[in-house]
Design a protein around this ligand. Structure first.
Ligand SMILES: Cc1ncc(COP(=O)(O)O)c(C=O)c1O
Length: 392
């Protein structure tokens, strides 16, 4: 029965939350890879890395494409020399991957509450949680609005901490300190199917230090001394030596084929997102909901990744009832995120209590993300406005 239902959703006018826009360029490039016989890590990954380096204004030897942001976070924590006995501070309002990467590194995740306006981590809360065991801070630029990186970097310098930027929402973001991912020691990007730049699954690391980046590149492919592209290329067979115990985190040319063209369109799509953002803000100004981040500070470039609404307690409907109404009206929606301590694993393993992070708890119980993409058509946008503005 289930496949039938999915088929029906796709063929009716259901607005799929976060569906990617794939055009002829991406399709042709993927076909080119398929016909070339080279599907794995190869020339297209190298090109995507070099293009992304230009986009971020960093040198290409500080960039590494991987198969997810989760892998990028895991490798960056290794690059930051985080391990057993260390503590890593991060936000209670993030996707589980941020926290899981910390746990997989052997360290203990230490959560902090959020600023209720930006939904980014609260700097004063970070300061209070720093101990002699703190090794790093993982910041998350929520929905595409960057954290206060000036204060974060000052704190990090004061306490000799590494800073990892989780830029899963922040491909295009900038702040007064520079471009997202280039300010801390590592920037980790996601190219998952719902993101502003899509490769299906995929990620990228921007590293401050090129020697560390070279080491992470080795670790991303089993810890081999030569990558597969060089091994089987027309330069003749080259032996490899395993010099470290690595992972299988490399990006494929098939993924990079999408990324190369998605990156070219990123800023044009950003313009459309920006216009849509202002239309949404205006449309919901007098609604029962409260949009997040209505004001963007001067010097900041928001990535406009998610458009989130908060359901106030004064509304007759609960957040989950609103989600149901949207679904009934063929509007896909998401929840970004229930706060981390709401999940049983973290509660049971680390004794985390949602009530210790009241802002993240309250936001997580009342937030929802509505469809927000440059490829929504006018009928879809009007339907979203009409349905949401009819709710009280
Ligand atoms: C804030 C955040 N961090 C990390 C990730 C993990 O990204 P990926 O799916 O590319 O591993 C996501 C994915 O949605 C995310 O939203």
């Amino acid at each position: 029965m289930r496949p039938l239902k999915i088929g029906k959703l796709m063929t009716t006018n259901f607005i799929v939350f976060g569906s990617p826009k794939i055009s002829r360029d991406e399709i042709d490039e993927v076909v080119d890879s398929l016909q070339s016989g080279w599907l794995g890590t190869g020339p297209k990954v190298a090109r995507f890395e070099s293009d992304f380096a230009s986009y971020k204004s960093v040198s290409p030897d500080k960039i590494l494409a991987v198969n997810s942001c989760t892998a990028a976070l895991r490798l960056s924590l290794l690059g930051a020399k985080v391990g057993k006995g260390d503590e890593v501070i991060t936000t209670a309002m993030t996707f589980c991957a941020t926290v899981n990467a910390i746990i997989h590194s052997g360290a203990t995740p230490v959560l902090v509450d959020i600023n209720p306006t930006t939904l980014n981590l609260d700097i004063e809360a970070v300061r209070k949680k720093i101990t002699n065991n703190t090794k790093a801070i993982v910041v998350v630029h929520f929905a595409g609005m960057m954290c206060d990186m000036k204060s974060i970097m000052e704190l990090a310098q004061e306490h000799n901490l590494k800073v990892i930027e989780d830029c899963a929402h922040a491909a295009e973001s900038e702040c007064d300190m520079g471009k997202a991912g280039t300010i801390g020691d590592f920037g980790c990007f996601s190219f998952y199917s719902t993101k502003n730049l899509v490769t299906g699954e995929g990620g990228m690391i921007v590293a401050k230090d090129k020697e560390t980046c070279a080491h992470l590149k080795q670790l991303a492919l089993h810890g081999m001394s030569k990558d597969a592209w060089h091994r089987y290329s027309d330069q003749g067979y080259q032996h490899y030596a395993v010099v470290d115990c690595g992972f299988k985190y490399n990006m494929m040319d098939l993924q990079a084929a999408l990324g190369i063209h998605q990156l070219k369109k990123l800023d044009a799509n950003w313009q459309v997102r920006q216009n849509l953002w202002h239309r949404y803000q205006k449309a919901f100004k007098n609604s029962a909901f409260k949009p997040i981040n209505p004001d963007i500070p001067p010097g900041y470039r928001h990535a406009y990744h998610l458009f989130c609404l908060l359901v106030p307690q004064t509304m007759q409907l609960t957040r989950d009832e609103v989600l149901n109404v949207l679904q009934e009206n063929q509007i896909g929606a998401g929840v970004h995120y229930l706060s981390i301590p709401e999940h049983p694993f973290y509660r049971e393993t680390y004794n985390m209590d949602p009530n210790e992070y009241p802002n993240a708890r309250d936001v997580g119980r009342s937030i929802l993300s509505i469809p927000f993409s440059p490829w929504l058509n006018e009928e879809e946008i009007q339907r979203i406005f009409t349905v949401i503005n009819s709710l009280h």
